[in-house]
Design a protein around this ligand. Structure first.
Ligand SMILES: [Zn+2]
Length: 673
């Protein structure tokens, strides 16, 4: 039934009627949603009435309601519960949706009306005025103010760039698959668990290499096995396989594709009046300019490199000689255990998933924001494994939280949050429906789900996004829930991580699942003592990738090299210019397999550390003001997570704190002072 996609649901909080949706419904629903939006926009532009906020901006905001409802469901399920058919449908509709979006933002008559309202924006207040300003910027940055020939070129560029991005992703993936490391004997795998060894044997069998072992490459540069494999040659082989991705001169070489995309992006930015693509991207973020980003990254680079060198000496003392990049994670783990006596792996019995959720994540949200959570087994998610909780604030229901914890074949990797319904008054949506997805391996039947340290952290992080989605209140859908700038959106989720180890929260949830014993009292102290351990390395490898991203996107079209061989040279120059050229500390991603920047994060990889400035300052504020209190939570809702995208977020922040966020708390947290 396409109505289950287009119409508001009659279930509590408008939880989508997942059971009534079948795959054949998406195509017609998307078609209808696009057609209805175009018709609504045509009605605006055909109107003889003088443009006003009401007859232009408000109508524009309403026009996407039904299409938006379909797409929220479609894109959420594409990540959380997909199959080949849904993936194919996405491949078929992605270019259509991009063209629909272009048609909207490049419509001359519509832009003329928005511009007319924008010219008179002094008459508007608050969220209304901000809405006009933001739409105006959307149109201008999409090219609406250009002449016809330039617009035509821009459309061409957009198509070519998205084609190159898709080609980059496919080639990088294919080369990663090809580069899986074949291991002949089980002895070489010393350090892996029996489960990991049998997975490697099964992977080898899957490629007709029965009797051998296969280590497949993950998305991340630092393969998790590098920290445990005892065989140095195998570590080197694994590391070099990762490094080779996309740059072997074969059919899956991504470097030429990357350079073409960079050149076209630079041309696009120039067409829109910017010196570089980084200028275009930062103009629509809180950073504002590439210079602000570069200043911040460079401010961190020297102390990070210095700390990494000190860490290297300690690791070399442990190794009894010089170490290479492929040895770093292995000796870092050894030193972590011997120096700090912290072995994160032994903590799992204290991290039973349901207990972490109810007595940790929900408990902290209760203390801070007055939230309570009632499981609603009568409400169905999109998959039997999804749990649905009704969320109330001071007893008043405000929405639903869906938790989808486990890994499945139908789920993409990683962890994320989505909104199905966002609270906004224009469309009469009083509450929100949000979901968190994780990838926790499902335990054997009857066994408890024991989380790793990192998984607990991820649960708190993703729940920070969920809180943002649940507590934000906006008039307009454009600003609802987590609709904030990309270099701001990670900040609330980063802040929520602080409660994981907050003594009162930890004591409440970290209880041994068999003995009921609390977590050993000295664990917290040890974790605190080791908090900046290896941070020189972690900060350096992140900054190196962020600076490679930035350096490429600072170039004008004529400055982008044409030969694939020039890529390594450019990277080396960009890194040595800022002192991040230690061969033992490689960038987290090199260009040839930097999927973030040939997908949605072009020139925006800096965002994580940019938002961490606000995060670190906020964590310091909570600590100085008594931590886990309702009063603190209320202030944070009022100035940060409760406002969604309704006003300039840094202005609101400065109003709260009486000043912008300084960088010092971040430097201190990462041991960079
Ligand atoms: Zn996040």
């Amino acid at each position: 039934m396409i109505d289950a996609l287009l119409e508001p649901s009659d279930l509590p909080h408008r939880l989508p009627r997942f059971a009534d949706i079948s795959i054949e419904d998406y195509g017609p629903a998307i078609e209808q949603g696009m057609a209805e939006q175009l018709a609504a926009l045509t009605a605006i532009t055909a109107s003889a009435e003088e443009p006003t906020f009401e007859n232009t901006l408000v109508v524009l905001e309403r026009s996407g309601e039904r299409l938006d409802r379909v797409l929220r469901i479609f894109f959420s399920l594409l990540s959380a519960d997909s199959d080949d058919d849904l993936d194919e449908l996405h491949a078929a509709y992605a270019p259509r949706l991009a063209a629909h979006h272009d048609a909207l933002l490049l419509d001359d008559a519509l832009f003329a009306r928005v511009n007319a309202v924008y010219e008179k924006r002094a008459e508007l207040q608050g969220e209304d005025r901000y809405l006009v300003e933001r739409y105006h910027r959307d149109f201008v940055l999409a090219g609406a103010a250009l002449g016809p020939a330039e617009k035509a070129r821009l459309r061409e560029l957009n198509q070519e760039i998205s084609g190159l991005e898709a080609a980059f992703g496919q080639a990088a993936q294919a080369d990663s698959n090809d580069l899986a490391v074949v291991v002949d004997t089980v002895e070489e795998l010393a350090g892996l668990t029996p489960g990991e060894i049998s997975a490697a044997a099964a992977a080898a069998e899957g490629r007709e290499l029965a009797g051998k072992f296969l280590i497949t490459l993950t998305l991340f540069t630092a393969h998790p096995y590098l920290s445990v494999l005892e065989n140095r040659e195998l570590r080197q082989r694994l590391f070099e396989a990762q490094l080779a991705r996309g740059s072997r001169g074969n059919a899956n070489d991504t470097r030429g594709i990357a350079l073409d995309a960079l050149r076209l992006r630079a041309e696009k930015a120039q067409l829109l009046g910017f010196d570089s693509y980084a200028g275009l991207v930062t103009a629509d973020n809180t950073a504002g300019t590439p210079k602000a980003v570069r200043d911040m990254l460079e401010r961190l680079a020297a102390p990070a490199a210095r700390n990494a060198r000190a860490e290297q000496s300690a690791l070399e003392a442990s190794a009894g000689g010089p170490i290479e990049a492929w040895d770093w994670p292995y000796y870092a783990e050894k030193v972590r255990v011997s120096e700090y006596d912290v072995d994160l792996a032994v903590l799992r019995p204290w991290f039973e998933a349901d207990r972490v959720l109810r007595d940790g994540v929900f408990f902290a949200a209760g203390r801070l924001y007055g939230l309570t959570f009632d499981e609603r087994p009568d409400l169905q998610g999109y998959h039997p494994e999804v749990r649905v909780f009704e969320v109330s604030r001071d007893g008043e229901p405000i929405g639903l939280f869906l938790l989808d914890l486990y890994t499945r074949d139908s789920k993409k990797g990683g962890a994320w949050m989505n909104s199905y319904v966002t609270a906004n008054t224009l469309l009469g949506e009083p509450s929100a429906v949000v979901t968190n997805n994780l990838n926790v391996p499902k335990p054997a039947p009857g066994e408890p789900t024991l989380l790793t340290f990192d998984q607990v952290n991820t649960l708190f992080h993703e729940f920070g996004h969920a809180l943002h989605g649940l507590l934000a209140r906006a008039t307009y859908p454009r600003f609802a829930a987590t609709s904030v700038y990309r270099d701001f959106v990670e900040y609330p989720s980063q802040v929520n991580e602080m409660w994981m180890l907050w003594p009162e929260v930890l004591a409440n949830y970290a209880v041994h699942h068999e003995t009921g014993e609390p977590i050993p009292a000295d664990v917290l102290g040890k974790l605190e003592a080791s908090a900046t351990f290896n941070e020189g390395f972690a900060t350096s490898e992140y900054l190196a990738a962020a600076l490679i991203d930035l350096a490429w996107h600072e170039l004008g079209p004529a400055d982008v090299p044409t030969s694939p061989e020039a890529v390594e040279e450019f990277e080396a120059a960009a890194l040595s210019a800022v002192g991040l050229d230690n061969p033992a500390v490689r960038p987290r991603y090199y260009t040839a397999y930097f999927k973030h920047i040939f997908g949605g994060y072009a020139s925006a990889y800096y965002s994580y550390i940019w938002s961490e400035v606000l995060d670190a300052d906020t964590v310091a504020w909570f600590k100085e003001n008594g931590g886990l209190t309702r009063e603190n939570g209320e202030a944070y809702v009022r100035y940060v997570i409760g406002i969604g995208g309704t006003r300039d977020p840094l202005e609101s922040y400065a109003e709260w704190r009486g000043r912008p966020a300084p960088i010092a708390p971040l430097l201190e947290r990462r041991g960079l002072v």
